[in-house]
Design a protein around this ligand. Structure first.
Ligand SMILES: [Zn+2]
Ligand SMILES: [Zn+2]
Length: 366
């Protein structure tokens, strides 16, 4: 009888290992050791800290991949930098390890791949995994996330977590400095910046879709109260329900910013961060996940789709649109919220998520 892991216990062992970004070395070794111990062939994804395990039936059939993220978040405690699992990725890693242990010897056709990805929080990990070819043979891809208590009642699960696209952007405005008593000789970047904030706030998009666009930073100070400042930095945060809407938003944002700067005779430079794509699930997979939730937890535990935040998981579908993908939420009562230093949740509920993964795998590969 093969060993069955307990995701609650594993999560408690993973929690203190918390590591940041692409360098999840201790966590990766933990995952590799635990996969090998139950006879699941596993290796690093290329030279990265990503880990891929495979349970191959040897019989032709579909390839299903489950993905867990492994990284923690950086905080400061008593003046020192610390890494803390404040997004529950320790729970995700633990769920996938228990899932693997429950599926050893049960895959009768096709192949199950278990992907443990670093650097979700920095939005780098998925693209690094994609470059190493993890998607090449994949037909179905499923991920999951523990949800805040405000999103999902404790003990319930939802078949889709509808992340929006996000794109932060910095803009650097250059005007012209002058003595404050001779403002007509300068180009005041504060006037330019406030007109940008105002004009961007007037942009309108289809109200049937979720979107928001707002300034989050504004700095302009040439060192004295009597100097017209020549340089300003503004930061904006853009969110959109679909990646197409985000692309439209970015174009209109650029047009408005360029127009305001031209009107005042200032110049502008844009620095766009990585555009994180929106969720683009396949209805078929979401419906299957809903079935799996009903069959494992009971129909009364199936909650409607919830939303909020972003996820680099959506780079996978963008890179290979033919994959059928889905992503479910696990109501473990995360409080006071994700990304809070003192975030906690009921990890005795992680087996609910494991049951959904196991059921899903057996639907396609059992
Ligand atoms: Zn997070
Ligand atoms: Zn997360």
């Amino acid at each position: 009888m093969a060993q069955i892991y307990n995701s609650t216990e594993l999560r408690r062992e993973l929690h203190p290992l918390a590591e940041i970004g692409l360098e999840t070395k201790k966590t990766s070794e933990f995952v590799l050791d635990h996969l090998k111990a139950i006879g699941v062939p596993a290796k690093h994804v290329g030279n990265t800290c990503g880990v891929i395990g495979e349970i191959d039936s040897g019989v032709p059939g579909p390839v299903v991949m489950f993905r867990a993220d492994m990284d923690a978040l950086p905080f400061e405690k008593d003046g020192k930098p610390v890494a803390i699992h404040a997004c529950g990725h320790d729970g995700h890693t633990a769920m996938l390890l228990e899932t693997a242990s429950r599926l050893v010897g049960k895959i009768r056709k096709g192949k199950l791949k278990l992907l443990f990805q670093p650097a979700e929080e920095t939005l780098q990990g998925a693209n690094v995994m994609i470059k190493e070819g993890v998607l090449d043979d994949v037909d179905y891809l499923v991920g999951a996330h523990v949800r805040p208590i405000q999103d999902l009642k404790v003990g319930t699960l939802c078949p889709a977590v509808v992340h929006t696209a996000s794109c932060p952007v910095d803009i650097y405005i250059e005007g012209k400095s002058s003595h404050a008593s001779r403002p007509h000789l300068g180009v005041n970047v504060i006037s330019v910046g406030t007109s940008i904030v105002d004009a961007v706030g007037q942009l309108q998009f289809n109200p049937k879709q979720v979107w928001s666009i707002k300034a989050t930073q504004f700095e302009a100070n040439d060192g004295a109260l009597n100097i017209i400042p020549a340089k300003a930095h503004l930061g904006f945060d853009l969110r959109a329900q679909t990646t197409d809407l985000m692309k439209d938003m970015i174009e209109q944002f650029k047009r408005v910013v360029n127009g305001c700067c031209a009107a005042y005779g200032a110049t502008v430079e844009f620095k766009f961060a990585t555009l994180c794509p929106a969720a683009n699930y396949d209805e078929e997979v979401t419906a299957e996940l809903a079935e799996c939730i009903k069959e494992t937890a009971g129909a009364d535990k199936l909650a409607p789709a919830c939303g909020g935040g972003g996820e680099d998981f959506h780079f996978y579908k963008m890179a290979k649109p033919s994959i059928k993908n889905g992503y479910f939420g696990v109501g473990v009562g995360v409080t006071p919220g994700l990304h809070k230093m003192n975030m906690t949740f009921d990890d005795t509920l992680l087996p609910m998520g494991v049951a959904v993964f196991v059921k899903y795998a057996l639907r396609h590969l059992g």
